[in-house]
Design a protein around this ligand. Structure first.
Ligand SMILES: [Zn+2]
Length: 246
């Protein structure tokens, strides 16, 4: 490989590194969003669990009111029954008291069940709180890592871009302008080199077998940077990559 071709390959290495760094950089916002969304989902899960607990607690408190009202009703019947002289009325009052006792017992049983549900809901709230605390830690770590990655990528890109002009020097105008045209195609496709060696008789980029004339032209490429002409730049007829022989 002659000197100007070597410089072109070095320039390409630098440009490929920039493309890869930009790809990494482009993935940062989506990954940050993913971490934030997961944390938001965990926050929402805790809120849902808390609401379920508060609703159940309120429902549970209603039992206290119901039991108190039934006890008052029973007391009223008891007071009344003390004044009753008639047997039938007395039996009716006793029946009412008995019904009150029955209703109170039923209510207390329901309250007991509700309290067990409440305990379970409280346990779920604690679980969600722990998950959220761990989720916060995880999201913070991911976001900090992504911020570091972003900073590192940006710094590396700036460094490479600062270095680039000095690497362009010494590359003849013709191959450089062709290379720059090819390079713009990287923008929308995976970073694949456009300056490649011939492997055996195949193009190092698209692997098609090259005609003999092309291989022989690539071998004869002019080594003098100031005298490079169109015929010295050998390209692949299939993928247009610039070819050289190692
Ligand atoms: Zn090719």
């Amino acid at each position: 490989m002659n000197e100007w071709m070597r410089r072109l390959v070095d320039l390409q290495d630098l440009d490929l590194r920039v493309v890869k760094l930009k790809e990494q950089l482009a993935g940062v916002p989506a990954k940050s969003k993913e971490a934030e969304q997961q944390y938001a989902a965990e926050t929402a899960a805790l809120e849902t669990a808390r609401k379920a607990y508060l609703d159940a607690e309120m429902a549970n408190r209603r039992f206290d009111g119901e039991i108190a009202a039934l006890q008052q009703k029973k007391k009223d019947f008891q007071s009344k029954s003390a004044l009753i002289r008639n047997n039938d009325e007395y039996r009716a009052a006793m029946l009412q008291i008995e019904m009150c006792d029955h209703a109170i017992a039923e209510c207390e049983e329901k309250q007991l069940e509700a309290m067990m549900v409440l305990d379970e809901l409280q346990r779920k709230v604690r679980e969600r709180e722990e998950e959220l605390a761990a989720g916060k830690k995880r999201a913070d770590t991911i976001l900090a890592d992504l911020a570091t990655r972003q900073r590192n990528c940006e710094e590396a890109i700036t460094e490479l871009q600062t270095k680039r002009p000095s690497m362009v020097e010494g590359i003849p105008e013709l191959p450089l302008s062709l290379y720059e045209r090819l390079r713009t195609r990287w923008e929308n496709s995976p970073a694949m080199p456009y300056v490649v060696s011939i492997n055996g008789r195949s193009c190092g980029r698209c692997f098609i077998e090259l005609p003999n004339q092309i291989v022989s032209n690539a071998r004869k490429s002019n080594p003098h940077a100031d005298e490079v002409e169109d015929k010295d730049i050998v390209t692949c007829p299939s993928c247009t990559a610039i070819l050289y022989v190692d």
